[in-house]
Design a protein around this ligand. Structure first.
Ligand SMILES: [Zn+2]
Length: 174
C-alpha cells in the first residue's frame, strides 16, 4: 500500500469504531462474537523476536490484529526494524516486550470496549510505560523512533493523553 492509500482511521467513539471495524459484541453479552473474530482478525508475523511482556518465556511469533489496520501495523514494525537494524538493538529499546494486540476487554477507565477489543491497538513494554505514568524522554520509556513509526501510519500514541498510556498505539483518532 502506498502512503497516499493509507486509510483514514475512525474516531475513537463507539459508533465510529463499530462502523469501521464492526461491533465485536453485537449481542451485548459481554463476550466477543466468534463470527466477528473469524471475519476480522488476522495474524501478521512479528518482524523480530518478541516475547510476552507478562511472561518472557512465551514467544510471540505473530500479532493478532484487525485486517483493516494489519498492513499499516506491519509497515510501522518494518520501519522500527529498519531503524534499529538488529535484534540486540531492538532488545536494548525493549521493543521485544510485546504487551498485546487483540484482547476483548473494557477500557481501564469506564465501561466502553477498549480499542484492543476491536483489534485496533497494540502495547509494547508496559513495565516501563505504565498506565497513568507521564512519558519523559530519555527515561527508558517509549523510544521516540517507535512513536514516530506509528504516527507516520496515522496511529495515535497514548503517551500524549491527559491520562498517559505510553505503552499504547491505536488505529483510531482520539
Ligand atoms: Zn493498550
Amino acid at each position: 500500500m502506498e502512503a497516499h492509500d493509507m486509510p483514514v482511521w475512525p474516531q475513537d467513539t463507539d459508533a465510529a469504531l463499530d462502523a469501521f471495524y464492526g461491533d465485536p459484541d453485537k449481542d451485548n453479552d459481554g463476550a466477543p462474537d466468534s463470527h466477528w473474530e473469524g471475519a476480522n482478525l488476522v495474524a501478521i508475523p512479528a518482524r523480530w523476536r518478541m516475547v510476552a511482556s507478562w511472561d518472557h518465556g512465551l514467544k510471540i511469533r505473530s500479532l493478532r490484529i484487525h485486517w483493516r489496520c494489519a498492513e499499516s501495523l506491519g509497515q510501522a514494525l518494518d520501519t522500527i526494524m529498519s531503524h534499529y537494524g538488529s535484534q540486540s538493538a531492538i532488545e536494548a529499546a525493549r521493543m521485544h516486550l510485546y504487551g498485546g494486540g487483540y484482547t476483548f476487554r473494557r477500557r481501564t477507565s469506564g465501561s466502553r470496549l477498549s480499542t484492543h477489543a476491536y483489534g485496533a491497538a497494540v502495547d509494547f513494554d508496559p513495565a516501563r510505560n505504565g498506565f497513568g505514568v507521564p512519558w519523559r524522554d530519555g527515561a527508558g520509556m517509549m523510544p521516540v523512533p517507535v512513536i514516530q513509526a506509528f504516527q507516520a501510519q496515522g496511529w495515535v500514541w497514548g503517551g500524549d493523553w491527559g491520562t498517559p498510556d505510553a505503552m499504547h498505539f491505536q488505529a483510531a483518532i482520539s
